[in-house]
Ligand binder design. Sequence first.
Ligand code: HSE
Length: 441
Amino acid sequence: MGTKIGVGLLGLGTVGAGVVKILRSPQGRHPLVQELELARVAVRDLGRPRPVTIPLDQLTTDPKAVVDDPAVQVVVEVIGGIEPARSLIMRAVAAGKSVVTANKAVIARHGEEITAAAATAGVYVLTEAAVGGGIPIIEPLKQFLGANRIQRVSGIINATTNYILSRMAQDEIAYDAVLEEAQAYGYAELDPSADVNGLDAADKIAILAGLAFGGSIDRASVSTVGISNLQRCDVDYAGRLGYNIKLLSTAERTAQEPNLNMKISQPLAVYVCPTLIPKNHLLADVNGVNNAILVEGEPIGQLMFHGPGAGAGPTASAIVGDILNIASICRLHNNRLSYLPTVSNWQNCHLVQQEKIQQRNYIRIQTHHNHDVAERVSNILNNQGVPIQSVTRFDTANSNDGDTEIIIISHKVSRQQISTALRSIKALREVTCLAAHLNCL
Ligand code: HSE
Protein backbone atom coordinates (compact mmCIF):
# COMPACT_ATOMS: atom_id res chain seq x y z
CA MET A 1 0.00 0.00 0.00
CA GLY A 2 2.78 2.50 0.81
CA THR A 3 2.42 6.00 2.15
CA LYS A 4 -0.92 7.71 2.19
CA ILE A 5 -2.09 10.24 -0.37
CA GLY A 6 -2.17 13.71 1.15
CA VAL A 7 -5.30 15.78 0.60
CA GLY A 8 -5.20 19.55 1.03
CA LEU A 9 -8.53 21.24 1.56
CA LEU A 10 -9.17 24.84 0.53
CA GLY A 11 -12.31 25.84 2.43
CA LEU A 12 -14.12 24.22 5.32
CA GLY A 13 -17.73 25.26 4.80
CA THR A 14 -20.67 22.90 4.38
CA VAL A 15 -19.06 20.87 1.57
CA GLY A 16 -15.50 20.89 3.00
CA ALA A 17 -16.84 19.55 6.30
CA GLY A 18 -18.71 16.83 4.36
CA VAL A 19 -15.43 15.75 2.76
CA VAL A 20 -13.66 15.60 6.14
CA LYS A 21 -16.45 13.41 7.54
CA ILE A 22 -16.04 10.87 4.73
CA LEU A 23 -12.25 10.80 5.04
CA ARG A 24 -12.58 10.22 8.79
CA SER A 25 -14.94 7.28 8.50
CA PRO A 26 -13.53 5.03 5.76
CA GLN A 27 -15.16 1.82 7.02
CA GLY A 28 -17.51 0.26 4.51
CA ARG A 29 -16.40 2.55 1.68
CA HIS A 30 -13.94 1.81 -1.14
CA PRO A 31 -10.63 0.61 0.42
CA LEU A 32 -8.76 3.50 -1.18
CA VAL A 33 -10.57 5.94 1.13
CA GLN A 34 -8.31 4.60 3.88
CA GLU A 35 -5.33 5.61 1.79
CA LEU A 36 -6.35 9.26 1.82
CA GLU A 37 -5.05 11.52 4.54
CA LEU A 38 -6.21 15.01 5.30
CA ALA A 39 -2.90 16.88 5.34
CA ARG A 40 -3.75 20.60 5.57
CA VAL A 41 -6.86 22.76 5.60
CA ALA A 42 -7.21 26.45 4.73
CA VAL A 43 -9.98 28.44 6.41
CA ARG A 44 -10.80 32.13 6.42
CA ASP A 45 -11.18 32.46 10.17
CA LEU A 46 -9.42 30.14 12.65
CA GLY A 47 -11.83 30.97 15.47
CA ARG A 48 -15.11 30.19 13.71
CA PRO A 49 -17.14 27.25 15.07
CA ARG A 50 -17.44 24.39 12.54
CA PRO A 51 -19.23 21.05 12.21
CA VAL A 52 -15.85 19.23 12.26
CA THR A 53 -12.82 19.85 14.45
CA ILE A 54 -9.44 20.06 12.76
CA PRO A 55 -6.19 19.94 14.79
CA LEU A 56 -4.74 23.45 14.97
CA ASP A 57 -1.43 22.45 13.36
CA GLN A 58 -3.33 21.36 10.20
CA LEU A 59 -5.23 24.64 9.93
CA THR A 60 -4.01 27.74 8.20
CA THR A 61 -5.53 30.96 6.95
CA ASP A 62 -3.12 30.95 4.00
CA PRO A 63 -4.53 28.82 1.16
CA LYS A 64 -1.21 29.01 -0.72
CA ALA A 65 0.43 27.21 2.20
CA VAL A 66 -1.95 24.28 1.57
CA VAL A 67 -1.23 24.22 -2.16
CA ASP A 68 2.53 24.44 -1.59
CA ASP A 69 2.66 21.91 1.25
CA PRO A 70 4.82 18.92 0.13
CA ALA A 71 2.50 16.60 2.09
CA VAL A 72 -0.41 17.61 -0.17
CA GLN A 73 -0.74 15.63 -3.40
CA VAL A 74 -4.35 16.40 -4.25
CA VAL A 75 -5.79 19.87 -3.72
CA VAL A 76 -9.55 20.10 -3.08
CA GLU A 77 -10.94 23.56 -3.81
CA VAL A 78 -14.27 24.31 -2.14
CA ILE A 79 -13.87 28.03 -1.54
CA GLY A 80 -16.21 29.04 -4.38
CA GLY A 81 -16.19 32.31 -6.31
CA ILE A 82 -13.72 33.26 -9.02
CA GLU A 83 -10.73 34.59 -7.12
CA PRO A 84 -8.65 33.48 -5.34
CA ALA A 85 -10.05 30.05 -6.34
CA ARG A 86 -8.87 30.28 -9.97
CA SER A 87 -5.33 31.36 -9.05
CA LEU A 88 -5.04 28.65 -6.40
CA ILE A 89 -6.14 25.96 -8.87
CA MET A 90 -3.60 27.23 -11.42
CA ARG A 91 -0.91 27.32 -8.73
CA ALA A 92 -1.61 23.72 -7.74
CA VAL A 93 -1.53 22.59 -11.37
CA ALA A 94 1.74 24.43 -11.98
CA ALA A 95 3.16 22.62 -8.96
CA GLY A 96 2.23 19.27 -10.54
CA LYS A 97 -0.69 18.59 -8.20
CA SER A 98 -4.08 17.32 -9.27
CA VAL A 99 -7.11 19.33 -8.22
CA VAL A 100 -10.68 18.42 -7.37
CA THR A 101 -13.10 21.32 -7.41
CA ALA A 102 -16.80 21.97 -6.95
CA ASN A 103 -16.40 25.46 -8.39
CA LYS A 104 -18.82 25.88 -11.30
CA ALA A 105 -18.19 29.64 -11.55
CA VAL A 106 -14.47 29.12 -12.20
CA ILE A 107 -14.89 26.13 -14.49
CA ALA A 108 -17.61 27.80 -16.60
CA ARG A 109 -15.37 30.82 -17.20
CA HIS A 110 -11.81 29.51 -17.03
CA GLY A 111 -12.24 25.80 -17.73
CA GLU A 112 -10.36 25.94 -21.02
CA GLU A 113 -7.33 27.69 -19.52
CA ILE A 114 -7.30 25.31 -16.54
CA THR A 115 -7.70 22.18 -18.70
CA ALA A 116 -4.85 23.29 -20.97
CA ALA A 117 -2.59 23.97 -17.99
CA ALA A 118 -3.47 20.59 -16.47
CA ALA A 119 -2.70 18.78 -19.75
CA THR A 120 0.68 20.52 -19.95
CA ALA A 121 1.47 19.67 -16.35
CA GLY A 122 0.23 16.06 -16.70
CA VAL A 123 -2.26 16.37 -13.84
CA TYR A 124 -6.03 16.22 -13.51
CA VAL A 125 -8.56 18.83 -12.57
CA LEU A 126 -11.73 16.88 -11.83
CA THR A 127 -15.05 18.67 -11.46
CA GLU A 128 -17.78 16.11 -10.80
CA ALA A 129 -19.14 18.12 -7.87
CA ALA A 130 -19.50 21.30 -9.92
CA VAL A 131 -22.78 20.20 -11.53
CA GLY A 132 -25.64 18.20 -10.03
CA GLY A 133 -24.20 17.81 -6.50
CA GLY A 134 -24.02 14.06 -5.88
CA ILE A 135 -25.21 13.04 -9.36
CA PRO A 136 -22.48 11.61 -11.57
CA ILE A 137 -22.90 13.59 -14.79
CA ILE A 138 -19.52 15.14 -15.64
CA GLU A 139 -17.56 11.89 -15.93
CA PRO A 140 -20.42 10.10 -17.77
CA LEU A 141 -20.46 12.89 -20.36
CA LYS A 142 -16.66 12.85 -20.57
CA GLN A 143 -16.07 9.13 -20.51
CA PHE A 144 -19.10 7.02 -21.29
CA LEU A 145 -21.31 8.93 -23.70
CA GLY A 146 -18.68 9.85 -26.28
CA ALA A 147 -20.19 7.36 -28.73
CA ASN A 148 -23.29 9.54 -29.02
CA ARG A 149 -24.27 12.49 -31.12
CA ILE A 150 -25.85 14.60 -28.43
CA GLN A 151 -28.95 16.54 -29.45
CA ARG A 152 -29.88 18.11 -26.14
CA VAL A 153 -28.87 18.27 -22.48
CA SER A 154 -31.52 19.81 -20.28
CA GLY A 155 -32.34 19.70 -16.64
CA ILE A 156 -32.97 21.07 -13.23
CA ILE A 157 -29.50 21.89 -11.98
CA ASN A 158 -30.02 24.39 -9.21
CA ALA A 159 -31.17 22.83 -5.97
CA THR A 160 -32.02 26.06 -4.16
CA THR A 161 -34.54 27.23 -6.76
CA ASN A 162 -35.96 23.74 -7.12
CA TYR A 163 -36.45 23.59 -3.36
CA ILE A 164 -38.17 27.00 -3.42
CA LEU A 165 -40.43 26.13 -6.38
CA SER A 166 -41.38 22.72 -4.95
CA ARG A 167 -42.32 24.23 -1.59
CA MET A 168 -44.26 27.04 -3.28
CA ALA A 169 -46.21 24.52 -5.35
CA GLN A 170 -47.08 22.42 -2.30
CA ASP A 171 -47.58 24.95 0.51
CA GLU A 172 -48.83 28.46 1.10
CA ILE A 173 -45.37 29.60 2.12
CA ALA A 174 -43.73 32.92 1.35
CA TYR A 175 -40.79 33.04 -1.03
CA ASP A 176 -38.38 34.62 1.49
CA ALA A 177 -39.18 32.01 4.13
CA VAL A 178 -38.43 29.13 1.75
CA LEU A 179 -35.19 30.76 0.62
CA GLU A 180 -34.13 30.98 4.27
CA GLU A 181 -34.86 27.25 4.64
CA ALA A 182 -32.72 26.44 1.60
CA GLN A 183 -29.90 28.54 3.07
CA ALA A 184 -30.20 26.80 6.43
CA TYR A 185 -29.84 23.41 4.71
CA GLY A 186 -26.64 24.68 3.04
CA TYR A 187 -28.05 24.47 -0.50
CA ALA A 188 -27.75 28.14 -1.42
CA GLU A 189 -24.61 29.96 -2.52
CA LEU A 190 -22.99 32.43 -0.12
CA ASP A 191 -24.76 35.09 -2.14
CA PRO A 192 -28.10 33.40 -2.88
CA SER A 193 -28.85 35.86 -5.67
CA ALA A 194 -26.61 33.64 -7.84
CA ASP A 195 -29.17 30.87 -7.30
CA VAL A 196 -32.42 32.81 -7.64
CA ASN A 197 -31.23 34.86 -10.60
CA GLY A 198 -30.23 31.73 -12.52
CA LEU A 199 -26.49 32.50 -12.64
CA ASP A 200 -25.47 29.31 -10.84
CA ALA A 201 -27.58 27.24 -13.27
CA ALA A 202 -26.09 29.17 -16.21
CA ASP A 203 -22.55 28.28 -15.05
CA LYS A 204 -23.58 24.63 -14.83
CA ILE A 205 -25.32 24.41 -18.21
CA ALA A 206 -22.31 26.10 -19.84
CA ILE A 207 -20.11 23.35 -18.37
CA LEU A 208 -22.46 20.57 -19.49
CA ALA A 209 -22.80 22.08 -22.97
CA GLY A 210 -19.01 22.24 -23.33
CA LEU A 211 -18.72 18.56 -22.47
CA ALA A 212 -21.72 17.39 -24.50
CA PHE A 213 -20.88 19.31 -27.65
CA GLY A 214 -17.11 19.33 -27.32
CA GLY A 215 -16.59 23.04 -27.82
CA SER A 216 -15.84 26.03 -25.69
CA ILE A 217 -19.00 27.85 -24.55
CA ASP A 218 -19.08 31.60 -24.11
CA ARG A 219 -20.54 31.78 -20.60
CA ALA A 220 -21.46 35.45 -20.98
CA SER A 221 -23.78 34.61 -23.89
CA VAL A 222 -25.92 32.12 -21.99
CA SER A 223 -29.41 33.64 -21.89
CA THR A 224 -30.44 33.64 -18.24
CA VAL A 225 -33.68 34.38 -16.40
CA GLY A 226 -34.06 33.41 -12.74
CA ILE A 227 -37.08 32.92 -10.52
CA SER A 228 -36.97 36.16 -8.54
CA ASN A 229 -39.82 37.71 -10.57
CA LEU A 230 -41.93 34.56 -10.64
CA GLN A 231 -45.37 35.05 -9.10
CA ARG A 232 -47.08 32.47 -6.92
CA CYS A 233 -50.25 32.75 -9.04
CA ASP A 234 -48.32 31.50 -12.09
CA VAL A 235 -47.26 28.43 -10.13
CA ASP A 236 -50.97 27.92 -9.27
CA TYR A 237 -52.30 28.55 -12.79
CA ALA A 238 -49.62 26.32 -14.28
CA GLY A 239 -50.66 23.56 -11.86
CA ARG A 240 -54.32 23.92 -12.87
CA LEU A 241 -53.34 23.68 -16.54
CA GLY A 242 -51.33 20.49 -15.99
CA TYR A 243 -47.79 21.85 -15.60
CA ASN A 244 -45.16 22.29 -12.90
CA ILE A 245 -42.86 25.31 -13.09
CA LYS A 246 -39.15 24.55 -12.82
CA LEU A 247 -35.97 26.53 -13.46
CA LEU A 248 -34.93 24.64 -16.56
CA SER A 249 -31.49 24.83 -18.14
CA THR A 250 -31.11 23.74 -21.75
CA ALA A 251 -28.26 23.27 -24.21
CA GLU A 252 -29.28 22.02 -27.63
CA ARG A 253 -28.14 21.78 -31.19
CA THR A 254 -30.26 24.14 -33.23
CA ALA A 255 -29.60 22.32 -36.49
CA GLN A 256 -31.66 19.18 -37.08
CA GLU A 257 -28.66 17.24 -38.28
CA PRO A 258 -25.44 16.93 -36.27
CA ASN A 259 -22.37 18.74 -37.51
CA LEU A 260 -20.42 16.22 -39.54
CA ASN A 261 -17.87 18.74 -40.74
CA MET A 262 -15.82 19.59 -37.69
CA LYS A 263 -14.46 22.69 -39.40
CA ILE A 264 -17.89 24.31 -39.27
CA SER A 265 -18.88 25.80 -35.94
CA GLN A 266 -21.79 24.02 -34.24
CA PRO A 267 -24.72 26.38 -33.54
CA LEU A 268 -26.20 25.85 -30.09
CA ALA A 269 -29.01 27.35 -28.04
CA VAL A 270 -28.02 27.53 -24.39
CA TYR A 271 -30.42 29.13 -21.93
CA VAL A 272 -31.84 29.09 -18.42
CA CYS A 273 -35.41 30.17 -17.66
CA PRO A 274 -38.44 29.31 -15.53
CA THR A 275 -40.36 26.81 -17.61
CA LEU A 276 -43.74 25.12 -17.47
CA ILE A 277 -43.13 21.38 -17.67
CA PRO A 278 -46.09 19.08 -18.44
CA LYS A 279 -46.81 16.93 -15.38
CA ASN A 280 -46.23 13.72 -17.34
CA HIS A 281 -42.73 14.80 -18.47
CA LEU A 282 -39.67 13.05 -16.98
CA LEU A 283 -38.45 16.31 -15.40
CA ALA A 284 -41.77 17.43 -13.90
CA ASP A 285 -41.56 15.44 -10.68
CA VAL A 286 -38.03 16.35 -9.69
CA ASN A 287 -38.63 18.05 -6.39
CA GLY A 288 -36.92 19.64 -3.40
CA VAL A 289 -33.13 19.49 -3.30
CA ASN A 290 -33.09 17.02 -6.18
CA ASN A 291 -31.61 17.78 -9.58
CA ALA A 292 -32.10 15.88 -12.80
CA ILE A 293 -30.31 16.01 -16.12
CA LEU A 294 -31.85 14.58 -19.27
CA VAL A 295 -29.35 13.70 -21.99
CA GLU A 296 -30.77 13.06 -25.46
CA GLY A 297 -28.65 11.68 -28.23
CA GLU A 298 -28.12 9.11 -30.91
CA PRO A 299 -27.99 6.17 -30.40
CA ILE A 300 -28.63 6.34 -26.63
CA GLY A 301 -32.09 7.92 -26.83
CA GLN A 302 -33.08 9.54 -23.55
CA LEU A 303 -30.97 9.08 -20.44
CA MET A 304 -31.94 10.65 -17.14
CA PHE A 305 -29.66 11.32 -14.18
CA HIS A 306 -31.55 12.10 -10.98
CA GLY A 307 -30.50 12.68 -7.37
CA PRO A 308 -29.60 15.18 -4.66
CA GLY A 309 -28.15 18.29 -6.28
CA ALA A 310 -26.68 20.05 -3.26
CA GLY A 311 -25.83 19.67 0.41
CA ALA A 312 -22.79 18.52 2.33
CA GLY A 313 -23.12 14.75 1.89
CA PRO A 314 -24.02 14.53 -1.82
CA THR A 315 -21.46 17.12 -2.90
CA ALA A 316 -18.76 15.52 -0.75
CA SER A 317 -19.64 12.16 -2.32
CA ALA A 318 -18.82 13.58 -5.76
CA ILE A 319 -15.62 15.21 -4.52
CA VAL A 320 -14.29 12.11 -2.79
CA GLY A 321 -15.20 10.08 -5.90
CA ASP A 322 -12.93 12.38 -7.92
CA ILE A 323 -10.15 12.12 -5.31
CA LEU A 324 -10.42 8.33 -5.49
CA ASN A 325 -10.04 8.38 -9.28
CA ILE A 326 -6.86 10.39 -8.90
CA ALA A 327 -5.66 8.25 -6.00
CA SER A 328 -6.19 5.02 -7.90
CA ILE A 329 -4.15 6.33 -10.80
CA CYS A 330 -1.38 7.42 -8.43
CA ARG A 331 -1.34 3.96 -6.91
CA LEU A 332 -1.63 1.91 -10.08
CA HIS A 333 0.70 3.86 -12.27
CA ASN A 334 3.32 5.04 -9.89
CA ASN A 335 2.10 8.61 -9.93
CA ARG A 336 2.12 8.92 -13.70
CA LEU A 337 -1.18 10.57 -14.43
CA SER A 338 -2.15 9.58 -17.91
CA TYR A 339 -5.01 7.15 -17.75
CA LEU A 340 -8.38 8.88 -17.29
CA PRO A 341 -9.77 10.31 -20.52
CA THR A 342 -9.35 14.05 -20.36
CA VAL A 343 -11.40 16.62 -22.17
CA SER A 344 -10.14 18.80 -24.89
CA ASN A 345 -12.38 20.56 -27.35
CA TRP A 346 -12.90 18.67 -30.58
CA GLN A 347 -15.08 21.15 -32.42
CA ASN A 348 -16.02 24.82 -32.44
CA CYS A 349 -19.36 25.87 -31.06
CA HIS A 350 -21.16 29.18 -31.02
CA LEU A 351 -24.37 30.23 -29.34
CA VAL A 352 -27.20 31.40 -31.57
CA GLN A 353 -28.66 34.85 -30.92
CA GLN A 354 -31.23 34.74 -28.14
CA GLU A 355 -33.99 36.02 -30.46
CA LYS A 356 -33.59 32.90 -32.57
CA ILE A 357 -34.23 30.47 -29.73
CA GLN A 358 -37.46 28.57 -30.40
CA GLN A 359 -39.82 28.00 -27.50
CA ARG A 360 -43.39 27.42 -26.51
CA ASN A 361 -44.79 30.23 -24.40
CA TYR A 362 -47.01 30.82 -21.40
CA ILE A 363 -48.45 34.31 -21.43
CA ARG A 364 -50.62 35.83 -18.70
CA ILE A 365 -52.57 38.97 -19.44
CA GLN A 366 -54.67 41.00 -17.00
CA THR A 367 -57.73 42.83 -18.20
CA HIS A 368 -60.74 44.65 -16.75
CA HIS A 369 -62.79 43.79 -19.79
CA ASN A 370 -64.55 40.49 -20.01
CA HIS A 371 -65.48 40.64 -23.65
CA ASP A 372 -63.48 40.33 -26.82
CA VAL A 373 -60.06 40.65 -25.24
CA ALA A 374 -59.14 37.01 -25.67
CA GLU A 375 -60.25 37.24 -29.28
CA ARG A 376 -58.24 40.37 -29.94
CA VAL A 377 -55.15 38.89 -28.35
CA SER A 378 -55.61 35.69 -30.33
CA ASN A 379 -55.93 37.72 -33.54
CA ILE A 380 -52.63 39.49 -32.85
CA LEU A 381 -50.90 36.18 -32.22
CA ASN A 382 -52.38 34.68 -35.37
CA ASN A 383 -51.34 37.69 -37.43
CA GLN A 384 -47.79 37.39 -36.12
CA GLY A 385 -47.72 33.71 -37.03
CA VAL A 386 -47.76 32.50 -33.41
CA PRO A 387 -49.78 29.26 -33.27
CA ILE A 388 -51.96 29.07 -30.17
CA GLN A 389 -52.41 25.86 -28.21
CA SER A 390 -54.91 27.09 -25.63
CA VAL A 391 -56.57 30.20 -24.23
CA THR A 392 -57.94 29.99 -20.67
CA ARG A 393 -59.66 32.62 -18.54
CA PHE A 394 -59.28 32.81 -14.77
CA ASP A 395 -61.09 35.22 -12.47
CA THR A 396 -58.48 36.67 -10.14
CA ALA A 397 -58.80 35.60 -6.52
CA ASN A 398 -58.50 39.08 -5.01
CA SER A 399 -59.78 41.09 -7.93
CA ASN A 400 -62.32 43.83 -8.16
CA ASP A 401 -65.43 42.97 -10.10
CA GLY A 402 -64.70 42.07 -13.68
CA ASP A 403 -60.93 41.54 -13.36
CA THR A 404 -59.89 38.61 -15.45
CA GLU A 405 -56.66 36.93 -16.31
CA ILE A 406 -56.16 35.29 -19.66
CA ILE A 407 -53.56 32.59 -20.03
CA ILE A 408 -52.35 31.72 -23.48
CA ILE A 409 -50.13 28.79 -24.27
CA SER A 410 -48.53 28.93 -27.68
CA HIS A 411 -46.81 26.37 -29.82
CA LYS A 412 -43.13 26.81 -30.67
CA VAL A 413 -41.99 30.10 -32.19
CA SER A 414 -38.81 32.16 -32.08
CA ARG A 415 -38.30 34.57 -29.21
CA GLN A 416 -38.23 37.36 -31.76
CA GLN A 417 -41.71 36.46 -33.07
CA ILE A 418 -43.22 36.24 -29.62
CA SER A 419 -41.61 39.52 -28.51
CA THR A 420 -43.08 41.34 -31.50
CA ALA A 421 -46.52 39.90 -30.78
CA LEU A 422 -46.27 40.77 -27.08
CA ARG A 423 -45.48 44.40 -27.90
CA SER A 424 -48.73 44.65 -29.87
CA ILE A 425 -50.68 42.89 -27.12
CA LYS A 426 -49.31 45.29 -24.48
CA ALA A 427 -50.47 48.21 -26.59
CA LEU A 428 -54.11 47.04 -26.55
CA ARG A 429 -56.28 49.47 -24.56
CA GLU A 430 -58.14 46.61 -22.87
CA VAL A 431 -54.98 44.96 -21.58
CA THR A 432 -54.17 46.26 -18.10
CA CYS A 433 -50.95 44.39 -17.80
CA LEU A 434 -48.85 41.74 -19.52
CA ALA A 435 -48.31 40.02 -16.20
CA ALA A 436 -46.13 37.05 -17.08
CA HIS A 437 -44.30 35.46 -19.95
CA LEU A 438 -42.63 32.12 -19.33
CA ASN A 439 -41.10 29.33 -21.36
CA CYS A 440 -43.17 26.19 -21.78
CA LEU A 441 -42.00 22.68 -22.72
N1 HSE B 1 -26.28 26.61 -4.74
C1 HSE B 1 -26.16 25.42 -5.51
C2 HSE B 1 -27.56 24.89 -5.79
C3 HSE B 1 -25.33 24.42 -4.77
O1 HSE B 1 -28.50 25.33 -5.12
O2 HSE B 1 -27.72 24.04 -6.66
C4 HSE B 1 -24.96 23.20 -5.56
O3 HSE B 1 -24.19 23.55 -6.69
